[in-house]
Design a protein around this ligand. Structure first.
Ligand code: B3K
Ligand code: ZN
Length: 859
């Protein structure tokens, strides 16, 4: 497959101001007739040929200005039509089979309904079109189909007409007044019911809201609807953005490759991010729904009104929209906890991506398959980069920048550069050097040395950006660091400051400190970097107990644990050191357990140990099972030492009535943490507590945390509760997904055998992405099972990729990165991982998606 370069961008030679589509819908055979009004693009190099993308379709008929013509050729899936004049009407008829579309791109069938997914390049599987984001058109859509099978017919924009035919079919016409690229096209036809509501915008316009689901699911849509209304209000207040159609539809489908899709006026969602009630959804699920509903809604401005010029600019809409959804969730709940959660995701997913063979800048320079670039780097690092601009500008000036961006580029297909320029002009920042964050991959490493000279404190900082594929030499980037200096006497600091490290080496001076202060650095995670710094243990214990920045407090706790575990893993920990390290962690732990000023959500957060993925980032190469064992050993020790406290905590947290308020959620989080530590330290006691918690639970959060603890233990309660869960939720796909993933991710020594057996379970299928992920993604994230020394785990993931690739390449390719980590793993396992990648590479007829990921991983 061809490598596509950012530098090759050229505007499309034709403009397509208006597009009409007509769909004769049926599950097996849908006929699509398109009519494209084309005119020469005055801002492009002229071409005598209109080049339309297609993928797996053939034209049944081509008409120019109403006449059937033969002046076209089909070349490598592209339809090339010769055009002589300045403007023409081009019509093309195609036929597609939604029921065999297992890739879930284009128009496909899911549970008897028809729906679309077009981003990034799915529209070309429906009809021939310049399927690129810089071709903007207004769409008129007419569809007709069986009125029993498809009583509901939806598309983008507003429904302008509908009616019935004599033969039992019906039809509807939709018109979207806002010009959009083809990837935002959507159509849904099915037997659906809606929760309806309304929203009045800031200028007083009324918007009809509807969330469409299958009949039995209606009750589970309340939270999504409330989240949607909150998101609409928030975007008006926080960014001045008002909704721009009379209608906003959301549809939930159970077969979906990703989380959700922001199609104009017709968002399509994975059921996982819509449906929730206390019995089936955890607190985490509720949060995720709010976040994703917000995210897709916010795309209406950051993505739809202003879209991307080309797919290399993907982070323009995704990074910015992730930042917007993060800020929204911060405002709706606990801001510090949300920030910690976001950093945890960044460090356990994006950091490993940035240090591996798939590392790429947030604005990549090349790709073969764009689906492979919907990555944590584009999304999460993209958000962090914009967050740094916000930190440097301050909230108010940043808002001036985003206002200018929305103003300047409304209705356009823009670039990342357009965004940076708008922030620069609107916020009054100089971002010349900062632009490097868009072009350089890799997580910068900052080293810190603190020096005390009389009453002057000096911080000597160095930065380096590690080499990544295709980028051996990097330049220093601006790194904004929020910091506070704690006076050792008063245990207070004199206020937070922001310093910006611009150079490879730079020193900063602070005066009037009698003794070396304790430094709280990168507060709020102001920069997405890793820091190397020798901080005395007592200082970390102090910060973990006392820092007034909640993130910094969490960070101190993480540092304390990371430095201990990393020394243990490097084999440089004497027995005495180990004892000292454990005592220091215990001291910090106890302070957190006892601190009455802490809310329980935050307390629960502070008790979470650094993830195995983050720990392995700290080592050049690692043995994942050794990491797992050291981490478990510490957990068991803490579980034993604090057994009494954890039991008391669990007791205190049990028994209250279910509520979704922060206090009740905090208690559920504490119960989960208590069980995790007790399961490691006192398994028998934990098993009894977990079983009791499971049976008395009145919500999914408590059931799930009990099940997670039990799934890892070799106790009689394990089978009993797993069976009870299965029976209770049989037929409820989202709950059964949890049942699969809890077992696949369990700490049980036989997890690998469990996964093998689950793959043969009648409820398992490779056709449903949620189900595949619930078994195999969970398994690939299970350090002790996936990294079994004999390579069995690697083999299973490779087998999954090979079996899934012909069915759903986009999802198959997402299983490659865990194997691609081989260079950072000890040599024995690395060889086994590599061998599996080579086995995949040798397979005949690999998809472009999987081919690209495997070849980059072998690199
Ligand atoms: N924009 C979609 C991504 C769909 C990608 C499909 N390959 C979801 C989102 O980020 O909102
Ligand atoms: Zn998005």
């Amino acid at each position: 497959p061809q490598l596509i370069l950012r530098s090759d961008y050229k505007p499309f030679p034709w403009l397509l101001p208006d597009v009409s589509l007509d769909f004769k819908l049926s599950l097996e055979k849908t006929r699509v007739s398109s009519r494209l009004e084309v005119q020469r693009n005055p801002n492009a190099v002229p071409s005598p040929v209109l080049e339309l993308n297609g993928d797996g379709i053939t034209p049944l008929e081509v008409l120019i200005d109403g006449e059937v013509v033969n002046s076209w050729v089909l070349e490598d899936d592209k339809l090339l039509i010769s055009l002589s004049g300045e403007a023409h009407a081009v019509e093309v008829v195609t036929e597609i089979n939604p029921s065999t579309n297992s890739q879930l791109m284009g128009l496909y069938a899911s549970n008897g309904m028809l729906c679309t997914q077009c981003e990034a390049e799915g529209f070309r599987r429906i009809t021939f079109f310049p399927d690129r984001p810089d071709v903007l058109s207004t769409y008129s859509v007419r569809m007709s189909g069986d009125s029993v099978q498809f009583p509901v017919l939806l598309a983008n924009g507003n429904c302008v007409a509908s009616g019935r035919h004599q033969d039992g079919t019906h039809w509807a016409e939709w018109h979207d007044p806002w010009p959009k690229p083809s990837y935002l096209f959507a159509l849904v036809a099915g037997d659906l019911v809606a929760r309806k509501d309304q929203f009045t915008t800031m200028s007083g316009k009324n918007v009809e809201l509807a969330i469409w689901v299958r009949e039995g699911d209606l009750e589970r849509t309340e939270h999504a609807m409330e989240s949607l209304k909150r998101a609409m209000k928030w975007d008006e207040e926080a960014f001045g953005r008002e909704y721009d159609l009379d209608l906003f539809n959301v549809v939930a489908v159970s077969d979906f490759n990703m989380g959700a899709m922001e199609n104009k006026g017709l968002n399509i969602f994975n059921t996982k991010y819509v449906l929730a009630e206390p019995d089936t959804a955890t607190d985490g699920d509720y949060d995720a729904i709010e976040g994703v509903i917000g995210h897709e809604y916010f795309h209406n401005w950051s993505g739809n009104r202003i879209t991307c010029r080309d797919w290399f600019q993907l982070s323009l809409k995704e990074g910015f929209t992730v930042l917007r959804d993060q800020l929204f969730s911060q405002d709706m709940g606990s801001a510090p906890v949300k920030r910690i959660e976001d950093v945890r995701v960044l460090r356990s997913i994006q950091f490993p991506e940035d240090s591996g063979p798939l590392a790429h800048p947030i604005r990549p320079d090349s790709f073969r398959e764009i689906s492979n670039f919907y990555t944590s780097t584009i999304y999460n690092k993209g958000a962090e980069v914009i967050r740094m601009m916000r930190t440097m500008a301050g909230e108010e000036r940043f808002r001036k920048g985003t206002d200018l961006y929305f103003d300047r580029h409304d209705g356009e297909a823009a670039t990342c550069e357009d965004f940076v320029q708008s922030i620069e002009d609107g916020a009054g920042l100089d971002l010349t050097q900062f632009r490097l964050w868009y072009s350089q991959a890799g997580t910068p490493k900052v080293t810190v040395r603190q020096e005390q000279d009389g009453t002057t404190t000096r911080l000597h900082l160095t930065q380096s950006v590690p080499p990544t594929p295709g980028q051996m030499d990097k330049k220093p980037m601006p790194i904004p660091l929020a910091l506070a200096l704690f006076d050792r006497q008063t245990e207070e600091h004199r206020g937070e400051e922001l310093i910006v490290l611009n150079e490879a080496e730079q020193s900063f001076e602070f005066s009037d400190y009698d003794a070396a202060p304790i430094i709280s650095l990168n507060r709020g995670f102001s920069s997405p970097i890793s820091i190397e710094r020798n901080v005395p243990r007592e200082d970390l214990v102090f910060l973990a107990a006392r820092d007034d920045d909640p993130f910094a407090r969490y960070e101190a706790m993480q540092d304390l644990v990371v430095s201990h575990l990393v020394s243990a893993l490097r084999g440089v920990l004497s027995d005495a050191d180990r004892a000292d390290g454990q005592e220091a962690i215990l001291k910090a732990f106890s302070a957190i357990l006892e601190d009455s000023a802490l809310d329980d959500l935050m307390r629960g957060e502070l008790l979470i140990l650094p993830s195995p993925a983050y720990l392995s980032e700290q080592l050049e190469t690692s043995n994942p099972q050794a990491i797992h064992e050291e981490r478990e050993r510490l957990k068991a020790w803490l579980g034993t030492q604090c057994a009494g406290q954890f039991e008391a905590l669990h007791q205190r947290a049990s028994g209250g009535a279910y509520s979704r308020d922060a206090a009740a959620r905090g208690l559920r989080k504490l119960k989960a943490q208590a069980l995790i530590y007790l399961a490691a330290g006192c398994p028998e006691k934990a098993a009894k507590m977990a079983a009791a918690q499971y049976h008395s639970a009145d919500n999914m959060t408590d059931r799930q945390s009990a099940l997670i603890a039990l799934a890892g233990l070799d106790v009689p309660e394990r089978e009993e509760v797993l069976d009870a869960f299965y029976k209770r939720y049989q037929g409820d796909a989202l709950a059964i997904d949890k049942w699969f993933s809890i077992q696949a991710q369990s700490l049980h020594p036989k997890a690998i055998e469990h996964v093998k057996a689950l793959a043969k379970h009648p409820d398992f299928t490779l056709k449903n992405p949620n189900r595949v992920r619930s078994l195999y993604m969970a398994f690939a994230a299970n350090p002790h099972a996936f990294h079994a020394a004999d390579g069995e785990g690697y083999r299973m993931i490779a087998d999954c990729i090979l079996a899934l690739d012909p069915i759903n390449p986009q999802t198959a390719a997402r299983f490659v990165p865990p194997l691609g980590r081989w260079r950072r793993i000890e040599p024995g396992r690395a060889a086994l991982m590599r061998a599996e990648l080579e086995r995949i590479a040798d397979a005949k007829q690999l998809s472009r998606d999987t081919f690209e990921q495997v070849s980059r991983s072998l690199g």
